[in-house]
Design a protein around this ligand. Structure first.
Ligand code: NAD
Length: 229
């Protein structure tokens, strides 16, 4: 039987479902309906059922999904039922913030789902050999060797834009297939490689559009209150 190709948008929603399930207390809620999952994720119940059916996961009709079973299924589908090592290149302002975030066990943001920050890399002699949030900083020349040795499956790019393509190419040549890129640059991406771009600046710029609207509303309100007096 031919396997159905799962659209990337579906894959991107799975961690959202997993987060809700991980936050649920299995003692008090052993069953979750697609309606409840929908209310907590903002995805329609129909879409949730369709997404899960891609993987042969079906709830009990009129009842829902068993929380612990669905959680384990999702972790298995996302390959988070094993340790996934990640490395970070560029231990500057953003890189250091990211490493601290990953290490915050209180929030358990990364660690609860098997992701591990295993190594960081930089070209700056002053940073090499040091540790940030318990993660060792290696010289960037050791990337190919440590990608294979540790091994590193995901690379987070927090280098300046002009360095991003060279670092990316080196990681791809060493076998990395998944990247989270913070550098504001359009990378040349070979087939079979997944890159997620995180860009705070673009998000802020699009929000600026609404700030103008708010300003106009305020202006309108001020005008109203002046004319009401
Ligand atoms: P930074 O200058 O503080 O840090 C960059 C680090 O990369 C430095 O430690 C530097 O030594 C290292 N580096 C430079 N070239 C390298 C190379 N070839 N190999 C290995 N290490 C190298 O910069 P920052 O403020 O942390 O920003 C890092 C990146 O993230 C930049 O591309 C920046 O534009 C981007 N950024 C993105 C967002 C966003 O929302 N996407 C927000 C802030 C910053």
């Amino acid at each position: 039987m031919r396997k159905r190709k799962v659209p990337d948008v579906v894959i991107r929603r799975l961690p959202l479902y997993l987060r809700v399930l991980s936050d649920l207390d299995p003692e008090s809620s052993s069953i979750v309906s697609s309606y409840e999952l929908g209310a907590r994720t903002g995805v329609t119940p129909g879409q949730i059922r369709k997404d899960l059916s891609f993987f042969g996961v079906f709830g009990k009709q009129g009842v829902g999904y068993e929380v612990t079973i669905l959680r384990e299924e999702l972790r298995r589908i996302l390959k988070l039922d094993r340790v996934v090592n990640a490395g970070l290149v560029g231990v500057g302002n953003l890189g250091q913030a990211f490493l601290h975030y990953g290490a915050d066990r209180q929030k358990e943001v990364l660690s609860r789902e098997g992701l591990r920050m295993r190594a960081a890399f930089d070209q700056d002699e002053r940073k090499i050999g040091g540790h940030v949030a318990g993660v060792e900083v290696y010289p960037v020349q050791r990337l190919p060797e440590l990608i294979k040795e540790l091994p590193l499956m995901i690379i987070i790019l927090t280098v300046p834009a002009e360095a991003a393509q060279v670092v990316f190419d080196r990681c791809v040549a060493s076998g990395v297939k998944a990247f989270l890129n913070f550098a504001p640059v359009k990378l040349e991406i070979p087939p079979g490689i997944r890159v997620r771009h995180a860009d705070f600046t673009l998000e802020l710029e699009s929000l600026a559009y609404y700030s103008k609207e708010w300003e106009e509303d305020e202006g309108e309100k001020n005008f109203q209150s002046r004319t009401d007096q």
